[in-house]
Design a protein around this ligand. Sequence first.
Ligand code: COA
Ligand code: MG
Length: 296
Amino acid sequence: MHPAMMFVPGSAPDKLAKIPSLPGDALLLDLEDSVAASAKATARALVAEALTRFGTVRPLWVRVNAFSTELLYDDLEAVTVGGLEGINLPKVESARELHLVDWLLSALERRRGLACGTVRLMATIESALGLQRVEEIASAVPRLARLCFGAADFSRDLGLDWPPPDGQLPFTVLQAKATLVQASAAAGLEAPHDGASGEFRDLDRLAMEASAAHALGFSGKHAIHPAQVPVIEAAFRPSEQQLRWASEVVKAFEQHAAEGVGAFAVRGIMVDAPVAARAQQLLRQAQAPGSRDERT
Ligand code: COA
Ligand code: MG
């Protein structure tokens, strides 16, 4: 769905006022780490107001504070209003957290006259414990749309430097990201989203990071600055060359299937059912970037 979701700090009225003109499909209004402890209550009120004002203009998600904080109940109570597309729950470490948040969201949906189950959820995995329990988290509740990966918190939890000093993702981080991709597919979720890159002036580095996440099987990446959005969108969009190849393969596959042939060559490469199915996936993704591939 939304390959580049941009964070807007919930405590910044000037940035919230720009919601209608900000780039990208969806925005993530933040109540968590971009908001100082002293500004949490103000941010909650500003975000609730922004949802009511702009929620019909574009999809708006809210990153609330983690389950372990005393802030989460008030966050959910304040922002579960018409105009809210979904909640991003950070630092998720168990399925139980999602069950309880799901229960509370259902109660609030009823109270606010919203259709039950329509507020979506994204769960961010950013600790060793969350990673270890990712399977149960991924299948915890039907309203869970996708997982996200938070590299900065994950690295801190494991005592790794972040960003990596040599620019290379440590194997531990790569393995965690690959695990999220696999757990998402097994649970029937959309492919996961990668967290934001803090070095927001270095767009070349961002392009590399986003392409690497795409290659691992992620379907999007969060942005923190408007200039990052087109770079992320480009990284998750199939290239013209891939789409030409996919059209050629799909057409040839249909022709050969009609003649009873299942395996044949296109440009010197064997095409059979899984290759043709992947080509069809690419064509579908080009129409709905970032959407979860249909299983084949
Ligand atoms: N949301 C909305 N507008 C934003 C924005 C954001 N995330 N980031 C930048 N802008 C706006 C600025 O307000 C500025 O607008 P103006 O031209 O009308 O003054 C314009 O884009 C250019 O911004 P720039 O001057 O380059 O950056 P900055 O110094 O104002 O802000 C950050 C830099 C990093 C503080 C800012 O991008 C930000 O707050 N990002 C989000 C941080 C966040 O949410 N972190 C938590 C998730 S990891
Ligand atoms: Mg985090």
